[in-house]
Each structure stands twice: as C-alpha cells, then as structure tokens.
Design a protein around this ligand. Sequence first.
Ligand SMILES: C=C(O[C@@H]1C=C(C(=O)O)C=C[C@H]1O)C(=O)O
Length: 276
Amino acid sequence: MPALSNTRTGEPLRYGRMGFVNVAPIETAFDAGAVARDVVEVSDVPTRLNAMLVAGELDVAAISAAHYLAHRDELALLGDCCIASDGPVRSVLLVSPIPPALLEGASIAVTAQSASGRALLATLLEHVQHVRPTYDVVDDALGAARAGRPALIIGDDALVARGACPPAQIHDLGEAWSRWTGLPFVFAVWAVRRDVARRRPAEVAALAAALAEARAWGTAHRDAVIEAAIARKPFHRGLYADYFTRLRYVLDERAQRGLARFADLFLPKEPARVPR
Ligand SMILES: C=C(O[C@@H]1C=C(C(=O)O)C=C[C@H]1O)C(=O)O
C-alpha cells in the first residue's frame, strides 16, 4: 500500500501559528531559540488556520476554540495550551455607538478573522441582551468601527481599537462572558488532526511537550516576551504587561468548564452559526 505523504518519516509537522501578538508568551521561546521544535511553520489569522487544519493542509495549529468544538470528530486537543480570559480579554471587542441592548435588527460588521468571537458575540446578544442583529462579515472591521458602525474586532486590531474608539463604545466580550457565567472564556486552543495523532504519536507528543516548555519559558522571561511583542506591534510596555497577565494560557479545570458551557450554548445552533 503506498504511504500517505504525511506518514513519511523525516517530514516535519506542518504547524499553524496564530498571527497575533497574543501568542507571544508561547511563541517567543521558539523565536529566541530557547526551546526547539521541528515544524514547518505557517502564520495566519485564526479563520485561515481553522480552514487549513480541517482541510489537511496543516497537521497541528492554534485555532479558534469554536472551530475545534465544531470539529471534534476530526480534531483533538494538543496538550493543554490555550488562549483564554477570566474577566476582560482586551482584544475581543464589540465596538458600538448603539448600546448592545438596542441592537435588535442592526447590522454588525464582524471581522472575517474570527470564529470564537463571532459565536460568542451572537451567544451574548441572544441570551443576555435578547436581541438578534444581522452579521455582516467584513475584511476591515476596525475601519468599520472607525466609520461609526457596530463592529466585532479581535486580535491586534482590537488593541488598536482600544486606543482609537470612545471607551463608552467598547464592550469587552471576555468580561461580558465571565460576568454572565462566572467562568473563563476559551478563545483559542492548540489542536492536532486525529489522523496525524494516530500516525505520528511521538512527534505530536514531542511538540505538545515543547509548547508546554515554551509557555513556562515565557512566564519566566516576561520581559523578553514583552520586547518581542513591542517589536511586532509597538504598543506601550505597560499595555503588554497587563495584557499578558490577564490572558490565560493553560486549559485548566475552570477553563475546561467555560469551554464546555460555551459548547452547550452554541453547538446546538451548528452548523448555521458556526463560522467557517
Ligand atoms: C484573545 C483573542 O482571541 C482570538 C480569537 C479567536 C476567534 O475569535 O476565533 C481566535 C483566536 C484567538 O487568538 C484575540 O483575538 O486576541
């Protein structure tokens, strides 16, 4: 029987790296050469990595937690790395000149980069605010917000929006989730294709161990992580110190409960509401 191409030994795993500054506490250790891993790396926005992993163009990747939940038959968690918040997240925002409770029938510009943030926004608006707006997927959600439209913005653009938009218009979705549920919200997980995990268990285990080691290095070398973040996006040192302290990178028991709660709320709506 001919070997499938990715069963060949010697081919590094194809790794999808989140193209946001929020992964600096994990990825800086690799960039600095403090921790090694044998991968071919692709960096992109979450929705691209989501699609590439399920299409088999990547073997492992940091992806939207919502996408993982919707594809658990094909994907498994890679170790216990995640990106979560327990309270304000800072970088997943609804920016709206209209109060959220008055968004019934409004059109919200949602970034094409997001799956978790989109599903979370729809969940919060439906269950907490009891409104059903329409969602318009756009490439430039930050531009839409600056033009005065209600908009969902994530990642580095959301950090920009915090400084560029009126504070009264900024609604932090991590904060809203925790206020409602008392639980953390998990935005991203590291996931592996189940077929790859079956065929290449040793390499997958080694990569999971390297990620955990890189995360520990990032905790112990916070100044280096902040310098790397500043080199990528020149925000104030204090902003990053605060941001990386608030974000949670371990899928611990409470984060797992938050993820399970979110799955119960939004998976029944699948596939209509799970952004691809
Ligand atoms: C915390 C964040 O969460 C991100 C939000 C994602 C989504 O909405 O699908 C995916 C990955 C995370 O990096 C962020 O945008 O900074």
